[in-house]
Design a binder for this molecule. Structure first.
Ligand code: NAD
Ligand code: TDX
Length: 336
């Protein structure tokens, strides 16, 4: 099978390519990625000599290039490419609309116009809005209610993907997943940011009072879920994937601090994120029943493994933190 992966140089995409080529070594993968601040070819160094892996630098919004790539005989498109960080979308939404909405449209058109290529779209739990502590977790019937520019752009892309199924009979599936963590996650997201700050003996900035809740899934559990949807999912359907590991940001911070042998004086309470969604949680009963998928990694083991990975890959994250990332970091929450 020939597969086009978009955004494969980012966190989940790079883990997915490694997962897929390990499991299906005879498949051929083309990774189309424009290499934004979040794209990093070092995430895929070990695959560079693999004859079934090819990287193409390019923007998913470039219709001519996308058509050229798709015409290389793709059987499947797995669409990860996106602007993915909520805080950045609050500072400036334009790239979120360009890539997440318009870029998705370009890809859908290329899939439609080149023999209706099977299309799997990667989305997020954030499209469903925010839960109160008493609400039941999100599921596939939860109405869309995005509240940040990021989640609004992802919601728009989900609607477009579904519209191409209904209107053009494009064979699509969508997976909406909860918060991922694991190796190669860019250190602007809470888990890698806090781990690397603590390794640098810097404080960790908890937004507000740290009461917000996220549902954490280890990245390879997400990859296995995507695999299950691609292989066994019903065309036109959406599948919710989650880790079943709900925890407040403050509890999460306490666990990371403890695992790293430091103490709570390392916590710095900073201004809250505007419009900060209180709680996300996913009910993945449909994926479990219909696909036989469920997350396998316990949070304790996954977190420890992730901390060990960042300890062992200091050069990887130090290079990022000393580059463009730092400018963003200074402009963003250091100012708040
Ligand atoms: P990431 O920011 O680490 O990676 C995004 C990748 O997309 C980067 O390599 C970047 O260079 C590339 N990209 C961005 N704009 C592009 C463009 N115009 N053309 C080509 N490539 C482009 O993101 P991630 O955390 O790996 O997320 C991947 C996908 O999974 C996104 O669609 C995101 O919405 C979704 N998702 C993420 C999470 C999470 O917790 N990280 C959870 C659920 C869903
Ligand atoms: O420095 C921080 N301090 C802090 O308290 C950061 C970066 C975050 N937080 C809080 C905000 C959130 O409640 O931690 C929580 C997690 O924040 P992020 O890591 O920025 O993730 P989140 O906003 O929940 O979104 C993530 O999960 C869903 C991904 O970035 C999205 O791409 C995905 O769709």
């Amino acid at each position: 099978m020939k597969i086009l992966i978009t955004g494969g140089a980012g966190f989940i995409g790079s883990n997915f390519i490694r997962y897929w080529l390990n499991k299906y070594p005879n498949d051929q993968i083309i990774n189309l990625d424009v290499l934004t601040y979040a794209g990093n070819l070092e995430n895929l160094r070990d695959l560079e000599s693999n004859k079934n892996y090819q990287f193409i630098k390019g923007d998913i919004g470039d219709a001519e290039l996308v058509n050229e790539v798709v015409q290389k005989g793709m059987d499947l498109i797995v669409h990860f490419a996106a602007e993915s960080h909520v805080d950045r979308s609050i500072m400036d939404s334009s790239d979120f609309i360009k890539t997440n909405v318009l870029g998705t449209m370009v890809l859908l058109d290329a899939a439609k116009n080149n023999g209706k290529i099977r299309f799997h779209h990667i989305s997020t739990d954030e499209v469903f809005g925010a839960l109160t502590p008493k609400d039941k977790p999100f599921n596939e019937s939860t109405p869309y209610a995005p509240r940040s520019p990021y989640s609004a752009s992802k919601a728009a892309s989900d609607h477009l993907v579904r519209a191409y199924f209904h209107t053009h009979k494009l064979p699509i599936t969508i997976s909406n997943c909860s918060n991922n963590y694991g190796p190669y996650q860019f250190p602007e997201k809470i888990i890698p940011l806090f781990i690397t700050n603590l390794l640098e003996r810097k404080k960790v900035p908890v937004y507000g009072r740290g009461k917000n809740v996220r549902d954490w899934i280890y990245v390879d559990d997400h990859n296995a879920g995507i695999d299950a949807v691609i292989k066994k999912g019903k065309i036109g359907e959406t599948y919710c994937l989650g880790g079943g590991q709900e925890i407040t940001n403050l509890e999460l911070t306490g666990r990371i601090i403890k695992l790293m042998g430091q103490d709570r004086t390392m916590i710095e309470y900073v201004a809250d994120r505007p419009g900060h969604d209180l709680r996300y949680a996913m009910d993945y009963t449909k994926a479990k029943k219909e696909l036989g998928w469920e997350p396998a990694m316990s949070f304790d083991r996954g977190l420890k493994q992730t901390i060990d990975w960042y300890k062992a890959h200091e050069a990887w994250w130090r290079k990022i933190k000393s580059g463009e990332y730092l400018e963003y970091y200074k402009k963003n929450y250091l100012k708040r």
